[in-house]
Write a protein that binds this ligand. Sequence first.
Ligand code: ADP
Ligand code: ZN
Length: 754
Amino acid sequence: MPHTVQVAVNNATLHFDKLYTYRVPPELEGRVPVGGMVLVPFGRGDKPRMAVVLAAGESEELSARVKPLYDAAPESACLTSDLLRLVEFLHERTFCTWYEAVKTVIPYGAQYRPVLQDGRPVLQKQLVRHTQPQYRLAVPLPEKPRPTPTQILAVQLLRDGPLTGEELQQAGVSAAVADNLVKKGVLEKEQVDKTLDLYAHIPLTNETITLTDEQQAALDALLPALRAGKPHAALLHGVTGSGKTLVFLELIRHTLELGRTALVLVPEISLTPQMIRRLKENFGSRVAVQHSALNHTERLLQWRMIQQGGAQIVVGTRSAIFAPLQNLGLIIIDEEQEHTYRSESSPRFDAHDVARLRAADSGALLLLASATPSVESYYRAARQDRYQLVRLTHRYAGQPLPPVQIVDMRAEAAAGNPEDISQPLADAIRENLTNGQQTILLLNRRGYRTVALCQDCGAALKCSSCSVPMVYHKAQGQMLCHYCGKTIKPAPTHCPQCGGKLLYTGFGTQRVEEELENLFPKARVLRMDQDSTSRKNAHEQLLARFAKGEYDILLGTQMVAKGLDFEKVTLVGVLGIDSLLFSQGYRAYENVFSLITQVVGRGGRAEYPGRAIIQTVSPGHPVLQLAAKQDYEAFFEEEIGFRQLCLYPPFCDLCMVGFSGEKEGPALAAAARFSAILAETARQNWPRLPMRVLGPAPMNVAMVKDLYRFKLTIKCRNTNDFRALMRAVLARYGEEGLPAKAAVTLDFNADGDM
Ligand code: ADP
Ligand code: ZN
């Protein structure tokens, strides 16, 4: 009986991602399991298209319309059942296409692409396999003919296990000698995947960690769950500098002792060099990394090493949650509130959700950690008993949290200080310079002047493709759109609308850098923002130089606020926080509270006490007051009340349906029609599903890259039923041909555009 497979193809669209049936040709018989990667003839002209097999079967009679597969990748490239499960999860939860999910769970280098060979479409690896020879001892060295000294050396070296050609060479045995022994049958040689010890320069220190009593108590509270090997989730709420990292290290050590593996997620790799260093120092080559700053080859080699069991610890960013570790015992999400754990392009997944699935599947301990947990996570821990709550309330070095002073910038202006740095902050910086101590300044806006306002019509100079003001970058003398990269050079002096004179105002990091240079000509200032760190490894190198004391002041966007642990930092300044305070989205307050607590926590972590200064035009704002006290509990009480009152997560889920199209009217009409289909489908088939639909309304940024953007916001419960409803609506939306008017995206509890 002929075999058939059902496949999902590459480049499908959300509302057009069904499974297609193909015949397995005789030459591929037995080579196309579920999870296999195949090449299929697709559409008019039978163009070759990548696809993944999701079901297999056989059928008595096949119509001639069922086409045969072009080619299949080797079985070694097949998705394992673990990876297939992640694919299914992404597809079900995030409304991505099947193939998008496939491309998310395996790295680019392990994927295949179509090529033509002798006029026939076949599959080819994206990256050639990097292999190297490996030698192992087969039989003892015969005494005759008398072996040479290097032959004896080679055999000695291999007594403890196989070595690669390169390792033998480094020990003084050339490839010629080794190959000669292979010919004699003494050694065996095989090609193995090349491995790559990234960060090999970090030495193994075997540090002995002595936990403080409080840290030990936290560890003890978590160990039973780790040992039980059942799914369990916990939240480690520890103030900044309390030594959460040390607790992680000990937990990982216990995990390995249990013969299991550990996964550590960090919000951004370049900002957490210290985490990698710590892991490497303690666990050496057992650590693999997975993050987007690796090139394709590095990433693939690390991935293969993980898959083949060569690493027991993986550290990485969001996508590392898909690392193919077997027997996972521990998943840590550090700084768990960070928005970087949510993907902003399809598949729009939240690493927390994938982590929960993996912990459930493998009986692992999921540990979320932060000084400022997300309100949702803290609610689950403190109010719902869904997460075990473990606390660290003291800083390791014994210093108190830095006291915070709030400076009223309106009063500063009234007192005649036209600068962006207030008098109290300037005095404090001066004092720090005199004492040889370091300062961190946070200003979450890059550029020089953040807006050009027309003095006649009052309009801001906006990008012609995006509905956002352009930012003045002084070094290039140009206006830059931070959304699409468009520039205007030279920066105009007059309003393009009415011809009125433009006033450049609002300050960014470049402007404050200049101000610092004027105020403190001798100070060594390091500016860190997207513009100054675009080179590869720039972050890491700049931070290392700051750590060595080559700079006095570190000024930057939120990249200076997180995770850094420098003992000489005793002053932290926060500038221009007001714009964040009044930004949109239900997480605005949470983000501000977290950002301030994080950056204030950079100070006074070692011997010397720290202090912090927040500049604001709204000194009485409750969130600033609470952040100044660094009182997370009090903040949580306020915030959870607000969330409940306004019906925001965790009291409901927000599903944002986005529509973007080239023409404003049709895009808006598509959104409205979607809303009508939604109401109708819900009434017909899911009448009791609780939900509230808001909109359509323009997104906060109504146009980006010449596309008009609208949204529907649905307050709902993200359940199987709700997702089934949305799937039905998407299908009808697709059938009516509306996608031609506006592409649609779905996102749950997103940060941005509400
Ligand atoms: P957190 O992540 O909670 O802000 P860290 O884990 O970075 O804190 O710890 C803060 C500092 O205190 C680090 O320099 C760390 O090495 C040090 N530290 C914390 N606990 C210990 C300990 N038990 N032994 C030695 N050093 C510690
Ligand atoms: Zn633009």
